[in-house]
Structure formats: structure tokens, C-alpha cells
Design a protein around this ligand. Structure first.
Ligand SMILES: NC(=O)c1ccc[n+]([C@@H]2O[C@H](COP(=O)([O-])OP(=O)(O)OC[C@H]3O[C@@H](n4cnc5c(N)ncnc54)[C@H](OP(=O)(O)O)[C@@H]3O)[C@@H](O)[C@H]2O)c1
Length: 308
């Protein structure tokens, strides 16, 4: 009875602070599914396979040695408990691939997750050797998506990735970049090569992809993964102490993180967004963006006007 009273008191304080009770009490055993229901899913155009719209990145956040991974274990637990699947990593993210490999194996979750990694090197032999190391670090025989990292040596690596797909070493082929200056090159490559996936930067502060690249991906039937939805965290400094727009609650949005993620997901070409965090409560926050209504064009335009 006392614990129920304590829970109700915490819940009331949390509601006043705009937090979910589970987040407010820092309860690591709390269920991680978004409050409003299961995560939305969207199809990969090439196959029709459905993916939950919130995934996660691992650059920086998962670059932790073996004795510093307790928080990451909980970040992954909440991710899986919410039904999320897409994990994006790369062989050049320090310890991130190894951390993902160990933690996914430990959770017995290899069949549940959609593992995306990259080839980030020049030359075919070097690309193959790098991918073999990735498979070992990720503790798997095959990945779900293999991408050319930032278009590096794409004329060599894309044919290699296609060959690896034919061998069953990856289910999908992709290309990535994260700077506006590369959008023309990305557009040319997706038009001529028709990969299964495009990964690109898209946020309230860097909305350029919406002009041409995202509509092109949609027309070509290329799935889109959005990176840098928080501008690598820089967006949070810009909203420090600022209230959310008054209409945010109408879309089930309870934090700036959810607003930034929902902006990315509101473009009809976008399949999944991959925010990166090493903090469990931020993971729970981010997962909440994967439910409820999307933002109409007027709200998206207002955000671009404020941040871009
Ligand atoms: N060329 C490429 O292929 C390329 C380039 C860039 C990124 N990517 C991929 O895209 C992923 C995402 O991009 P990113 O890592 O550059 O940046 P991001 O997701 O835009 O931002 C990550 C930053 O936001 C903070 N954060 C996360 N959730 C938060 C929350 N709810 N509230 C407040 N702060 C929060 C994180 O800090 P904490 O960790 O301290 O929470 C981290 O500093 C990468 O991890 C990577 O997988 C690919």
C-alpha cells in the first residue's frame, strides 16, 4: 500500500513535470514500449518488409569498452522491448560494432534486430577484409543492410556489396552520407544504381534533402534512413529552456527530441530515423516519437523557419 501511494505521488509529480512515471523514477525495470501503443512500421519499397520507424545509431554512443557497457545494455533492452529493430553501425565507430555484437548476442536478439553496417574504406580487397572483421565483431554470418559509407569509393564498393548480397552476406544494399554538400552526388548514385536504401542527414536545421533527394528516393522506390536528426546533439543547445510549440501535444509530442524525430518521420519518403544515445532514459524518450500522428506540412514548415 505504501509503495502504491509512493508510486501515485511520483506519478503526480512526473505528470506535473511532463514526464512518464517510469522515466521520472529512473526505473530500469520499467516496460519500454511507447505509452501510446506499438511503434509505427513502414515498408522497405524493394521488398515490402515492414520496419519500425524508430531505429538507433551507434556513432559515439556505443563506442565503449567491455567494462563500460551497462548503460548500453539497458539502452538496447528498452529498444527491443519497444519492438524497435534497426541498428546502424560502422567499422570506423571505434568499439561500437563490437559492443553491438556482444550486447545483441547476450540478449539473444540477432533474429529480432535489423543490423546495418557499412564499408568505409578504399579498394575491393580492403573492403572485403573490413566487412569480414565487421561480421566477426557483430557476431553474425550476415547483416541485413550493407552500405557504402559516405559514398567512399562507391564505384568499387557498390559492386562488392551487390556481390555480397548475391552470396547471402547482406539482405539489402545501401549508400550513405551526412552532409548537404553530397546530396547531388547521392541523387546521381541512387538514380543510376537504384540501391535498396539511402541514408542521409535530414533535420529541422538541415532540411535540404526534402527539396530533391527525398522525393527522388520515393519515386525510385528507395528506402530512406535519416541520420543526424538531432544534428549530433547540437539542436538541444538551441532549445535549452525553451517551451515546445503549443501544438506539439496535439501530435503526442512531449519533448524536443520527439519533435525533432517526428519532423524527420513526417516526410512521406522516410522509412526509419536512427537517433543515437548511450542513455536509457533518452532511448525511452526517442522511442515515444514512433507512435501517433505525423506533423502536417504547415507544422514542418514552421519548424524549418525556426531552426534552419
Ligand atoms: N555518413 C554516415 O553514414 C553517417 C553520418 C552521421 C551519422 N550516421 C549514423 O546516424 C546516427 C545518428 O547520427 P549522430 O549520432 O551523428 O547524431 P544524432 O542522432 O543527431 O544525435 C546524437 C546526440 O544526441 C544526443 N541525444 C540522443 N537522444 C537524446 C535525447 N532524447 N535528449 C537529448 N539528447 C539526446 C546524444 O547524446 P547521448 O549519447 O549523451 O545521449 C548524442 O550526443 C549515427 O550514430 C550513425 O549511426 C551515419
Amino acid at each position: 500500500m505504501r509503495s502504491r501511494r509512493r508510486f501515485l505521488a511520483i506519478a503526480a509529480a512526473a505528470a506535473a513535470a511532463g514526464l512518464r512515471p517510469s522515466l521520472a523514477r529512473g526505473d530500469t525495470s520499467a516496460a519500454a514500449a511507447p505509452e501510446a501503443g506499438p511503434l509505427l512500421t513502414r515498408p522497405i519499397p524493394a521488398s515490402g518488409e515492414m520496419l519500425p520507424v524508430i531505429g538507433m545509431g551507434t556513432s559515439g554512443s556505443f563506442d565503449r569498452p567491455a567494462d563500460e557497457r551497462d548503460a548500453l545494455r539497458e539502452v538496447l533492452r528498452r529498444f527491443l522491448a519497444a519492438g524497435a529493430r534497426v541498428i546502424d553501425t560502422a567499422p570506423v565507430y571505434g568499439e561500437a560494432e563490437a559492443a553491438v555484437g556482444v550486447l545483441v548476442a547476450e540478449a539473444g536478439a540477432r533474429e529480432k534486430v535489423f543490423l546495418a553496417t557499412k564499408i568505409s574504406i578504399t579498394g575491393r580487397e580492403a573492403g572485403l577484409a573490413q566487412f569480414q572483421r565487421s561480421l566477426a565483431d557483430l557476431r553474425t554470418d550476415a547483416v541485413d543492410l550493407l552500405q557504402v559509407h559516405s559514398l567512399r569509393d562507391w564505384q568499387t564498393q557498390l559492386p562488392l556489396i551487390r556481390a555480397l548480397k548475391a552470396e547471402g552476406k547482406t539482405r539489402y544494399v545501401g549508400v550513405t552520407h551526412s552532409s548537404n554538400g553530397a546530396h547531388d552526388d547521392l541523387a546521381a548514385v541512387i538514380e543510376s544504381e537504384r540501391p535498396d536504401f539511402l541514408q542521409v542527414n535530414y533535420s529541422v536545421a538541415e532540411p535540404a534533402a526534402q527539396d530533391r533527394l527525398l522525393p527522388l528516393a520515393r519515386d525510385l522506390g528507395v528506402a530512406v534512413i535519416v541520420n543526424r536528426a538531432f544534428l549530433d546533439g547540437a539542436l538541444f543547445k538551441r532549445v535549452d529552456g525553451k517551451a515546445l510549440p503549443p501544438w506539439a501535444a496535439d501530435f503526442g509530442i512531449g519533448s524536443w527530441a520527439q519533435l525533432f524525430l517526428k519532423f524527420a518521420l513526417s516526410h512521406p519518403a522516410v522509412t526509419v530515423v536512427i537517433p543515437a544515445t548511450g542513455k536509457p532514459d533518452r532511448q525511452s524518450d526517442n522511442l515515444e516519437a514512433g507512435v501517433g500522428p505525423m506533423l502536417p506540412p504547415a507544422q514542418c514548415a514552421e519548424l524549418v523557419q525556426i531552426f534552419a
